[in-house]
Ligand binder design. Structure first.
Ligand code: PEP
Length: 249
């Protein structure tokens, strides 16, 4: 059966000493739920975070990577570089990458391929903007984001894919999709997967919700049958809040 997952995306927050302080606080917490737990510090702190959490159940993951193996891509980081510092999972397609760094579905398809070719797991993010929801285009937008970036893959690739539905209007805004809105979209995503790859694949893929998840709303969102956890931004920067979410199942 698919896993419950809670992943903290720290974005461009926390220098080395702040990272170590937060990791130490997280290390002192106990996971009482069945959730797999991940944190995504910045690139510069991945190696130290990996070492700090080496004997801990929390996995350190990356926020992004480039599709090429190496070469003239100033400022970029490849999958094999991430692997060389112990990182086996990468977040791809976050809405901030799409909005501020012009990441398209086509580019993301190449990044997904590179990650999978390096035996990495991918947390693939997507979600509609407010205008799409208001015009009732949200399913069409999400359907095309998934199709364009992932549907060239073989069914077997999905054992290394986690999906993260993150409505852009709910990220960092304090505005959360209602548990029903999240469930409806997750059910649509699972059906989209089932139509292409069959029910076994669709049922095996974890679909996370992201967008202003907090200790106060996590339990209700996670109680929905097609919501398999969360991708957490702001609340992941506080150990107590993050663990309240981790243990909300
Ligand atoms: C995110 O950045 O993926 C996110 C969900 O942020 P927040 O929880 O702050 O809305």
């Amino acid at each position: 059966m698919r896993k419950n997952i809670v992943a903290g995306n720290w974005k461009m927050n926390n220098d080395l000493s702040q990272t170590e302080t937060l990791l130490t606080a997280l290390k002192n917490k106990t996971i009482t739920s069945d959730a797999e737990v991940m944190v995504a510090p910045t690139f510069t702190n991945l190696w130290s975070a990996f070492n700090t959490l080496k004997d801990n159940a929390i996995e350190v993951v990356a926020q992004n990577m480039h599709f090429a193996e190496n070469g003239a891509y100033t400022g970029e980081i490849s999958a094999s570089m991430l692997k060389s510092v112990g990182i086996n999972t990468v977040i791809l397609g976050h809405s901030e990458r799409r909005a501020y760094f012009n990441e398209t579905d086509e580019l993301l398809a190449k990044k997904v391929d590179a990650a999978l070719a390096n035996d990495m797991r991918v947390i693939f993010c997507f979600g509609e903007e407010l205008a799409d929801r208001k015009s009732e285009n949200h399913e069409a937008v999400v359907g095309s984001q998934i199709t364009n970036a992932l549907f060239h893959l073989e069914a077997s690739a999905f054992k290394n894919i986690v999906l993260a539905y993150e409505p852009v209007w709910a990220i960092g805004t304090g505005e959360t999709a209602s548990p029903e809105q999240a469930q409806d979209m997750h059910a649509f995503i699972r059906k989209t997967l089932a139509d292409k790859y069959g029910a076994d694949v669709a049922d095996s893929v974890s679909i996370l919700y992201g967008g202003s998840v907090k200790p106060g709303n996590a339990q209700e969102i996670f109680s929905k049958p097609d919501v398999d956890g969360g991708l957490i931004g702001g609340a992941a920067l506080n150990a107590d809040d993050f663990f309240a979410i981790v243990n909300a199942f």
